[in-house]
Structures are given as C-alpha cells and as structure tokens.
Design a protein around this ligand. Structure first.
Ligand code: ATP
Length: 290
C-alpha cells in the first residue's frame, strides 16, 4: 500500500518494519486453524484485543515486540465506543482466541484491551468483562490514542483515529495526551453516502468503498463526509500548538483523505502504512509479558 502524505515537510518517521510485519501476520478471519511456521514454541508474549464498531482485531506480539499472529473480523458488537452485544462479542472473541491458539500452538490466557477516550469507567469495565468471559485475564486497559502512540511515538501533534463509527482526536505534547475528543462520524457514514448515491445496500456500499478500483470514482461522493471529519478535527485543535496530524484507523485507507483533512486544518497530514493495525498493536504493547 502506498504511503500517502499531503506535504513532504512532515518531520516524523514511521515504524515501517513493524507495520509491514503486522500486515503479513494479521489476517482476515477465515475459520482456518492451520499452524503458522517459525513461531516460538515457548517464551512469553503479549496480546492485544481491539473491539471496534466495524472490526474486532486480536494480535499477539513476541518477546521482542514483533507481531507473530493475529486476526481481524467485521463485527457489530460495539456502537459509539460502547459494547452493545456482550454475548456476541464474547462468542466472536472466544472463536478468534481458539483459532490463534491453534496457529500458535499455545494457550492464550491474557490480553490487554482499549477504549475510546471519553468512555465512562463502567463501559471500560464492560470491555474487560468481554475479555475475561472469553477466557483471558484482562491485564491492562488503555485509551486508544495512547495505544496508537505506543507505536507512533509522536511527541507534539495530533493523532486522529477514524474508525467505523467515530472520529477520535488526541493532541500530544511532549509525548503525552493533553486533550481528547470523540465525535460520531466515521467510515460508516462514507458507506451510507455511497449506498444512497448508488441505490445499493449498506453491505454492498461497504464492499464497494474498500475496492481500490472503485475508490477514485467514489471520491467526489465521499469527499463531503471527509470534509466534515476535517472540520471536526479543525474545531478541536484550534488554538492548540499542534503542527502535524497522523491519521489512523480503517477509514484512512481510503485514498485522498489526508489531503482533505490537510486542506481544512492547514496542517501537514499523513497516513502511515497499515493504519488499521496501529491501535491494536499499541494495545498489545500495553499487555504484561507472560
Ligand atoms: P470505531 O473506532 O469507530 O469503534 P473500528 O475500531 O471498528 O471502529 P476501524 O477498524 O479502525 O474501526 O475502521 C473500520 C472502518 O474502516 C470501517 O468503516 C471500514 O469500512 C473502513 N475501512 C476498512 N478498510 C477500508 C478500505 N480499504 N478503504 C476504506 N475504508 C476502509
């Protein structure tokens, strides 16, 4: 996947190898359980679970912090950052855990998880309960922007996580989150606009949106939604000292979004390779090694 960058003067280096490795080992759930070659038969590992509006991702890191196995699956168990289908979430996660255990040849007994900024304490606990009910000790809960920054190491700037249901904004100063906000506009809204414009179902629109061959034709249709996302970001960062923006999550996989956000915020904006896996990787880094 090409790296998209709206301006060349952005001073930031991305963990290219880590993200390439994630792309290689994290696969779409396909109900297969074949063993994966070259996995350590012993040694400690860390596990991250990201329960999202659109995707649930589970990834395992080895002692060196490299992703060794992982899966993602389209799910509808979370809405606006809240778990709305507890039983469904547990079933999906348990099945994912079993497939990854078969690939690893090891039992997965622990994991960390994440939550969008602004989610109440009780809902964070619900996320932990899903992990526990799926048979893992929840060893850590981390807010999603901080998780993303475990991977990106941004000192001063903005990480914008555009997922299925929400756009999350986190401003970093000296590597620490100083401001967060979350608004209910995400990739789902791009799909709704595509469905309306083409008179097709939401599911067909989702598939069309992710088809690289169709994306340039669809760009004018989805551009107003991207502009709204840019306006949301601009509103939240106005007056801050932020000088650059990194877009993560699944929606930035749609080409052209960094340019739209850059135009509206007037800040250099970049999409790293494999933006979909950045937050799950950072969540896994938050797990305790055992
Ligand atoms: P949220 O963060 O809102 O809870 P989530 O964690 O499920 O949601 P992500 O997994 O980051 O969100 O992203 C999911 C979104 O990314 C969906 O709207 C999906 O359609 C979109 N998406 C995934 N792949 C692509 C692609 N190749 N092109 C465009 N959009 C994509």
């Amino acid at each position: 996947m090409p790296l998209t960058e709206s301006r060349s003067n952005l001073k930031w280096s991305e963990p290219v190898q880590l993200l390439q490795k994630a792309q290689q080992v994290i696969s779409l759930s396909d109900n297969t359980s074949h063993a994966v070659d070259n996995l350590p038969s012993n040694g400690s590992f860390k596990v991250g679970v990201d329960l999202g509006t659109a995707y649930t991702v589970m990834v395992v890191l080895n002692a060196e912090g490299e992703p060794i196995v992982g899966e993602y699956q389209f799910t509808q168990i979370v809405r606006d950052g809240l778990v709305v289908d507890f039983i469904g979430a547990v079933d999906i996660l348990r099945a994912m855990k079993e497939r990854l255990e078969a690939k690893l040849g090891r039992t997965i007994s622990h994991a960390a998880s994440g939550y969008p900024p602004g989610v109440p304490q009780a809902e964070r606990a619900a996320t932990a309960h899903v992990i526990e009910a799926a048979g893992m000790a929840c060893q850590g809960l981390i807010d999603e922007p901080t998780a993303a920054n475990n991977v990106l190491h941004m000192q001063d700037g903005v990480i914008v996580d555009i997922g299925g249901g929400t756009t999350g904004i986190a401003i970093f100063e000296n590597g620490e989150v100083v401001y967060t906000a979350d608004e209910a506009t995400g990739g789902t809204h791009l799909s709704l606009v595509i469905a309306g414009a083409n008179d097709i179902s939401f599911e067909e629109a989702e598939a069309l949106k992710k088809n690289p061959v169709e994306q340039s034709r669809l760009f004018p249709i989805v551009r107003p939604v991207m502009e709204k996302m840019g306006t949301i970001v601009e509103k939240h960062i106005r007056g801050s000292s932020a000088r650059s923006i990194i877009l993560v999550g699944g929606t930035p996989l749609f080409p052209g979004i960094s340019e739209v956000v850059s135009e509206i915020t007037n800040l250099p904006t970049r999409v790293p390779n494999n933006p979909l896996f950045i937050t799950p990787l950072g969540i896994a880094m938050h797990d305790r090694m055992n």
